[in-house]
Design a protein. Structure first.
Length: 202
C-alpha cells in the first residue's frame, strides 16, 4: 500500500507562522493544545525562533540526514507499507529510508547510550488501530522543514487507523520534557495512491 499525506502544509510547517491565526484555516496540524502552537519551553521557543531567523541552512534534509519521526510521515513522494504477521515496514523513496516496527509485544530494549535518527520503535494493535511507540532518538532531525527541533528525550506515539480503503488517519502525540511544557498532538490524513515506490524497496 502506498499512502501520502493530503495535508499540503505538513512537510513544510506543523504550526502556523508567527502572527497568523492558528484556527479556522483548515491546514493547521496541531489539535492539542487548542491554540495550534507547539507548547515550547521559553528556551526551546527561543532556539526555534533563532533557527528560523538565522539558521535554516542547518535543515537536516539539506545535509542528507534521514527525516526522522514524525517528519518522515509527511515527506514528499509518500510511503509504502508492508506488513507480515509480526512486523510492519514503512519505506520511502525519499532518501530510500525505512522504518521496521516489530509487532510481537517486545518492549524497548536499546540502552540510553544508543540514539538513532528513527528511534527505536515497537507496535501493537488496539482493535483496528495500530499504535507505535518510538523513543531513543538523536537530536539531529527537525519535526518539519521549518526549524522545529527536539532533544534526545523525544518520545512519539503514533496511532494509525484505516478509515476506509482509500484513507488512513494518523494521530501523533509528541512529548519531550527538555523542549515542551506538555505533550501535544498532531492529526493528519493520508490517502492511498495506486502507484508504487522505486523498485529498490521491493
Amino acid at each position: 500500500m502506498l499512502f501520502r499525506s493530503v495535508t499540503p502544509s505538513a512537510a513544510t510547517a506543523i504550526e502556523p507562522a508567527k502572527g497568523k491565526a492558528a484556527k479556522g484555516k483548515g491546514k493547521n496540524l496541531i489539535v492539542s493544545p487548542e491554540d495550534g502552537f507547539i507548547p515550547y519551553t521559553a528556551a526551546a521557543r527561543a532556539k526555534s525562533d533563532d533557527i528560523v531567523a538565522n539558521r535554516m541552512y542547518l535543515e537536516p534534509e539539506l545535509h542528507c540526514f534521514m527525516s526522522g519521526v514524525p517528519h518522515n510521515m509527511w515527506t514528499q513522494f509518500g510511503q509504502q507499507i508492508f506488513q507480515t504477521k509480526d512486523t510492519l515496514m514503512i519505506a520511502w523513496e525519499f532518501q530510500h529510508s525505512r522504518r521496521i516496527i516489530p509487532l510481537d509485544g517486545r518492549p524497548h530494549v536499546l540502552p540510553d547510550s544508543v540514539r538513532q535518527f528513527q528511534g527505536e520503535e515497537v507496535g501493537h494493535w488496539e482493535g483496528d488501530t495500530l499504535v507505535v511507540d518510538s523513543a531513543g532518538f538523536n537530536d539531529k532531525t527537525w519535526l518539519d522543514g521549518r526549524g522545529h527541533p527536539h532533544s534526545e528525550e523525544l518520545r512519539v506515539q503514533e496511532r494509525f487507523t484505516r478509515r476506509d480503503f482509500g484513507h488512513m488517519d494518523l494521530s501523533l502525540t509528541i512529548d519531550d520534557p527538555k523542549m515542551y511544557t506538555k505533550a501535544w498532538t498532531i492529526k493528519v490524513t493520508e490517502d492511498r495512491k495506486s502507484t508504487r515506490l522505486n523498485s529498490s524497496h521491493t
